[in-house]
Design a binder for this molecule. Structure first.
Ligand code: SF4
Length: 156
């Protein structure tokens, strides 16, 4: 079993109440090969919610206390993002998932690059808060663009 960011299979869980449906990934859910999870919703954040970005680093820096997740309202939502990541990890263990396909660029789910913390649309290198936690715990991560190269579905 693998896990997939819930917005990628058509669930309206993004900050603006929308989704980013990827038909091939929803097919994996329909075939019973995957479960869908949204770290931000699991962290108790509402939908819709103000957009947020990581300021001062990336997801690894959030876990080490060097960076924070700040919403456009100025609210510090770091703890909700961390809680959502921990809940996601717990569910992965419960479902015995060893890989997750994550939505690119998100402050929770982004892999390799995320928005840069200025709300300008610019990107920086780094992982989202949930992606960093999953990497730390040995979970294989990929995004909607590269999962076919990174995850061998035949092994799940
Ligand atoms: Fe939820 Fe991740 Fe999608 Fe954001 S990118 S809506 S946290 S699943």
């Amino acid at each position: 079993m693998i896990a997939i960011s819930a917005c990628l299979i058509g669930e309206n869980v993004r900050y603006d109440g929308s989704h980013k449906l990827d038909d091939a990934l929803r097919q994996l859910i329909q075939e019973g090969k995957a479960v869908a999870l949204c770290p931000e919703v699991l962290g108790g954040l509402t939908t819709p919610r103000p957009p947020a970005e990581i300021v001062g680093g990336d997801g690894f820096d959030v876990w080490s206390g060097r960076a924070k997740v700040i919403a456009t309202t100025g609210e510090d939502v770091t703890e909700a993002f961390k809680q959502g990541a921990l809940e996601t990890l717990e569910l992965l263990e419960m479902y015995q998932c060893t890989a997750m396909i994550l939505k690119s660029k998100s402050p929770s789910c982004g892999t390799s690059e995320i928005y840069d913390g200025t709300f300008s649309g610019d990107l920086k290198s780094g992982e989202g808060v949930c992606a960093a936690l999953l990497i730390h715990h040995g979970i294989t991560i990929a995004n909607e663009l590269n999962w076919k190269e990174k995850i061998d579905l035949a092994s799940f």
